[in-house]
Design a binder for this molecule. Structure first.
Ligand code: ADP
Length: 683
């Protein structure tokens, strides 16, 4: 029955332990690890989020760079204004802008050929013209030179050289003061040779107009200035020829002649326009082959009017759009544009973000650790912005450290929970054990009480009813009644003392006295007991033991408890020895037996309240489990202690140790040295 109750208690305890400790520990560990994973993902997500935000802001910055250009081009087209006028306003990095026909012929602002044959440079070495030119360099008089140039013009076989020679003749006529003739000649040149270009690519018409205006400037600055300005405006309005620099040279010369004269604002503007046009002419010559390549490769497939198409060439980034039947093509400076975009990318990736960003071209390898790759299409097809972590190993290390820290916290919490659980389990078990022991104690006490009472009653009744026939039997009944009453009173003393000890209400009066004598009297009081009746009692107590302070009733109680245990836990006929000696400031009373002995695991619990050995040999003997508890309490109250040594099956020795000096008296008691009693407790 008791076993079943115990098992039920254990099962109930396991269930409670599982619910209150096991499940929470498992949940803590599970959710702890899960939250670490989530946290890690979110750290990764945060970095990726930063990278995406960086790519987004790069994108919008780039969008501003390109979409402004797109809308300016389309606005102009829709407003019917040519996007080729003041092209510099469209984009700061515009290299050139041009208009082409459906079949790829360059229409504006340049043409590829104007039909005006340029004299090959060798013609400069025409012997007739060259001879005169040598004389001019030697400083021959202008009138003479004019005639000589006329002759060279007549002799040469080249129209271009002829025109140039006639122009040189007109120049010399001007220098020799024959302005009238010179003017006529220049008008004639403009009319008949105007479309031709000299070996330097200068149209003879422009040369003639420049010469006329130069002389006009000397004669009548107002008209000369106007003529030069007209010349510059006409040149700027004309379509220059790709590969020829004549128009630019004439315009620059005209502008330098105009410099000392008024209209500075116009001059500065015109110089800017000439410079812009000259640069665009150069870039058109350089970049046309690129554009042609797109056209051959079908790259400029006709799209809806006004839709801009972006392509990347070798030198330029091209934006082309169809408007009606004509194609507008704009080339941006690729190197400068990429440099600006790279600077944008660098500027966005601040050092504290831990991110770096760079542009990767179509052929550049992209690292596998890239966090974001954002294509720069449509503006720069094939190019992309790559965002990556500056030091991915550092990020991984940081993550690992954080993970270990969190794992440590979760592990420690789980461990503490388990330790707490185990400790409470042990406490609960102890409480359960104590409760069990208390239950058994109550049962044992009732049993222990009942047996002497029964004996006394039986013997009393026998005497009363005259059942004891002989004198001997009567004596035996009287002895039994006395013996059992002593046993009863010992038991009741123990129980009452124990209750007082439990309440902390038990104290003793210590008086110096003869310890050996008290021990002997205690043993004597037991001699009539059943347990001792069949034992060999061997008592050796020297009479010259040093004096110690003690409470003689309490010491007697200790001796009775230990000696009756020695008898109880020995077999009939067993030996019990009582010895006393002085050791290192103590008087020791050792009570030995050759009884059943005590298993080692019981030794440290023997003095605990209600503790009884679970050993079957011990269990066979009746007891309450409080005798040794009281003994220890009393011995400690004397400033000493009780100890045990035992070997199962061989016997046990309990040693009561009294200090030679009395324990420190309580504040209400005088010192032991005046040999007056002192009060002590064993707590
Ligand atoms: P009890 O009334 O059970 O004897 P005690 O407090 O006097 O209670 O003793 C506690 C336990 O110590 C006993 O139940 C017994 O198991 C063990 N014990 C005490 N003295 C001896 C002894 N001399 N030999 C063997 N076991 C002993």
């Amino acid at each position: 029955m008791e076993e079943a109750l115990h098992l039920e208690g254990v099962l109930r305890f396991i269930a409670v332990f599982f619910v209150t400790v096991g499940v929470p520990s498992l949940l803590l560990a599970y959710f702890g690890v899960a939250s670490i994973r989530t946290e890690e993902r979110s750290v990764g997500g945060e970095v990726e989020g930063d990278a995406v935000a960086l790519a987004d802001s790069f994108w919008s910055q780039s969008d501003r760079r390109f979409s402004g250009f797109e809308s300016r081009v389309l606005d102009r087209l829709e407003a019917g204004r040519s996007p080729l006028e003041s092209p510099g306003e469209l984009h700061t990095l515009l290299l050139t802008a041009m208009r082409l026909s459906e079949d790829g012929v360059l229409l504006a602002p340049f043409v590829e050929e104007d039909g005006g044959a340029t004299a090959p440079i060798e013609e400069l070495f025409d012997p007739h013209w060259r001879a005169v030119w040598e004389r001019e360099r030697a400083g021959a008089p202008p009138a003479e030179l004019a005639e000589a140039y006329f002759q060279a013009a007549a002799l040469t076989g080249s129209r271009a050289v002829e025109g140039r020679a006639r122009f040189d003749a007109a120049r010399q006529l001007n220098r020799s003061g024959q302005q009238r003739r010179a003017e006529d000649l220049l008008v004639d040149i403009e009319a008949h040779f105007g479309g031709l270009r000299d070996p330097w690519g200068i149209r003879l018409a422009d040369l003639a107009r420049l010469e006329q205006a130069t002389f006009a400037l000397a004669r009548d600055p107002g008209s000369g200035e106007a003529a030069l300005r007209d010349l510059v405006e006409d040149l700027l309005a004309a379509r220059w020829v790709v590969g020829e620099g004549g128009e630019a040279a004439v315009a620059r010369r005209a502008l330098s002649l105009l410099e000392p004269y008024g209209r500075r604002e116009w001059g500065a503007g015109a110089r800017g326009r000439v410079a812009e046009r000259t640069a665009m002419l150069y870039w058109t010559g350089v970049l046309l082959p690129e554009l042609r390549q797109f056209q051959i490769g079908g790259g400029s497939l006709r799209m809806g009017s006004g839709a801009l198409r972006w392509q990347v060439g070798e030198r330029g980034v091209w934006a082309t759009t169809w408007w009606g039947d004509e194609l507008y093509a704009f080339a941006l400076d690729q190197d400068a544009l990429l440099a600006e975009l790279k600077a944008d990318a660098r500027g966005l990736a601040t050092p504290d973000s831990g991110l770096s960003a760079y542009l990767a071209g179509p052929l550049d390898p992209v690292q596998s650790r890239a966090l974001v790759q954002r294509s720069l299409a449509p503006w720069l097809p094939g190019w992309q912005l790559v965002v990556e972590h500056r030091d991915p190993e550092a990020l991984a290390r940081l993550r690992a450290r954080k993970r270990n820290q969190r794992l440590g916290v979760v592990g420690l919490s789980t461990l503490l929970l388990v330790i707490g659980g185990v400790m409470s389990a042990r406490l609960v078990k102890r409480e359960l054990d104590v409760a069990g022991m208390q239950t058994r104690f109550a049962a044992n006490v009732s049993h222990e009480l009942r047996s002497p009472i029964t004996q006394i009653r039986l013997k009393g009744e026998a005497l009363m009813l005259g059942l004891a026939d002989s004198e001997e039997e009567q004596q035996e009944a009287y002895h039994a009644i006395v013996r059992e009453s002593e046993r009863l009173s010992r038991l009741v003393d123990n129980v009452l003392d124990f209750a007082a000890i439990e309440r902390g209400k038990k104290s003793y009066v210590l008086k110096p006295g003869d310890l050996a004598d008290s021990v002997l009297r205690a043993i004597d009081s037991l001699s009539s007991s059943i347990e001792l009746s069949d034992k060999e009692l061997d008592v050796e107590l020297p009479h010259d033991l040093p004096e110690v302070s003690f409470d003689s009733d309490a010491v007697a109680q200790c001796v009775i408890n230990v000696v009756s245990n020695a008898a109880k836990y020995s077999d009939p006929g067993g030996w019990i020895g009582v010895r006393a000696r002085v050791v290192a400031g103590f008087v020791e009373i050792a009570i030995s037996d050759r009884g059943i002995g005590i298993p080692p695991h019981d030794l440290r619990h023997l003095f605990e309240p209600y503790y009884r050995s679970a050993d079957s040999l011990a269990r066979r003997r009746k007891g309450t489990g409080i005798g040794l508890t009281i003994t220890r309490y009393i011995m400690r109250a004397h400033g000493g202690d009780v100890s045990v040594s035992s070997r199962p099956g061989k016997g046990s020795t309990f040693t009561l140790r009294f200090p030679l000096r009395a324990p420190d008296p309580s504040p209400t008691s005088p010192s032991s040295r005046d040999r007056s009693p002192s009060r002590a407790t064993g707590a």
